[in-house]
Design a protein around this ligand. Structure first.
Ligand code: SF4
Length: 78
């Protein structure tokens, strides 16, 4: 389970975030590229745009569930 206290500071403000467990596998971007991307140095992913609609939120949840190391969290799911 992702840990909010370990979230990267470069995530966009909002519910979804990527934490320090990220292994930069790029899976989240493949699922929700309008919301997730790797940083310029490819060290980890971030949420660069929070979802606004239910469809966008569903995509972000799909990415959260697909992350192989549980590095994606959502504060709304607490
Ligand atoms: S799917 Fe998880 S491990 Fe892979 S880049 Fe995204 S946040 Fe990082």
């Amino acid at each position: 389970m992702a840990d909010y206290t370990q979230r990267y500071d470069d995530n966009a403000d909002g519910s979804f975030y990527v934490d320090a467990e990220c292994i930069a596998c790029d899976a989240c971007k493949g699922i929700a590229r309008a919301h997730f991307k790797l940083t310029d140095d490819f060290s980890h992913a971030i949420v660069y745009a929070q979802p606004r609609t239910q469809d966008e939120k569903r995509l972000c949840i799909d990415a959260l569930e697909a992350c192989p190391v549980d590095a994606i969290g959502s504060q709304n799911d607490k």
